[in-house]
Design a protein around this ligand. Structure first.
Ligand code: NAD
Length: 297
């Protein structure tokens, strides 16, 4: 398929590379010349601007941008995609943004006659490179079915979550819960160890008891409990605390707009904001245990 790809950063770059590997013809654009050059070296064509990309001979355009303001300006701006694409061009936004903004952009696309889905991902840069991302998709079933083979070139687990915006709903709800379980696990591990438990024994009890969760049995935040997790390498790599803070901001904003209580989600957002303000935003999100115990390295 002839695909336009816009936003070739840490995630979009490897995703676009996987589309080329799967045999798709790519036309790409990014503000970073280096990011574009890497894709051109792999066989993509470079578009000189968003307008030119929108007017090029593509059947589908995928965007992978930092946040909602970028998505709105790329889609809704005067020189943006919607003002310049032909009606048959299909649109996929894989950026993580709030559900309301996703629905606003999808509605503007529908008004122009363009089919659009939101398809945020989980799996991080490792999953983007390996082509094993999870895609959470919001939009019409028929549009999901057409996008599926393209998404399968970049991911393994591709789930239709319902109408426009629901991909973002699934993403923010899951990541809010992940933050809450990580903080809870860090709190319990620190309490137990400070009261004299061996961290490995405590983790094994939790992981065969009712406190078990993904943060305790797959990504334990206490150093030395598990191999090959950020806690065992100084909290480097993994999923940065600032990225978790961004997703918690989306969850609390969506809750504000829909007047739903997110009591623990709001607290989690404040804890990650505190942690980030102390200069820890680049550390993996499991490093939040340092808020409980500054001696943990
Ligand atoms: P990134 O900052 O590495 O990449 C974003 C790219 O968009 C950059 O190359 C930037 O130059 C480009 N860009 C920004 N404005 C543009 C514009 N107007 N026109 C063209 N290009 C523009 O970010 P990332 O880590 O690739 O994340 C992208 C999205 O994926 C974010 O919404 C993020 O929340 C989400 N996400 C990231 C991860 C992760 O682990 N990095 C995991 C899941 C989801």
């Amino acid at each position: 398929m002839k695909i336009g790809f816009l936003g070739l950063g840490n995630m979009g770059g490897p995703m676009a590379h996987n589309l080329i590997k799967a045999g798709h013809q790519l036309t790409v654009f990014d503000l970073s010349e280096a990011a574009v050059a890497s894709l051109v070296a792999a066989g993509a064509s470079a578009a000189p601007s968003i307008t030119e990309l929108a007017r090029s001979d593509v059947e589908m355009i995928i965007t992978m941008l930092p946040a909602a303001p970028h998505v709105k300006s790329v889609y809704l701006g005067e020189d943006g995609l919607l003002a310049n694409i032909a009606p048959q061009v299909r649109l996929i936004d894989s950026s993580t943004i709030d559900p309301m903004s996703a629905r606003e952009v999808a509605a503007a696309a529908a008004e122009k006659g363009n089919r659009m889905i939101d398809a945020p991902v989980s799996g991080g840069t490792g999953g983007a490179t390996a082509g094993t991302l999870t895609f959470m998709v919001g939009g019409e079933q028929a549009d999901f079915d057409i996008a599926l083979p393209v998404l399968q070139a970049m991911g393994k687990n591709i789930v239709h979550c319902g109408p426009a915006g629901n991909g973002q709903v699934a993403k923010v709800a899951n990541n809010m819960l992940l933050a809450i379980t990580m903080i809870g696990t860090a709190e319990a591990m620190n309490l137990g160890v400070s009261l004299g438990m061996d961290p490995g024994v405590l983790a094994s009890i939790i992981n065969t008891s009712s406190g078990r969760n993904w943060s305790s049995d797959t990504y334990n935040p206490y150093p030395g409990v598990m191999d090959n997790v950020p806690a065992s390498r100084g909290y480097s790599g993994g999923f940065g605390s600032d990225l978790m803070l961004k997703d918690l901001g989306l969850a609390t904003e969506a809750a504000r707009q829909s007047r739903q209580p997110v009591i623990l989600g709001g607290l989690a957002q404040q804890l990650y904001q505190t942690f980030s303000s102390q200069g820890n935003g680049a550390l993996d999100f499991s490093a939040i245990i340092k808020l409980y115990n500054g001696a943990i390295e």
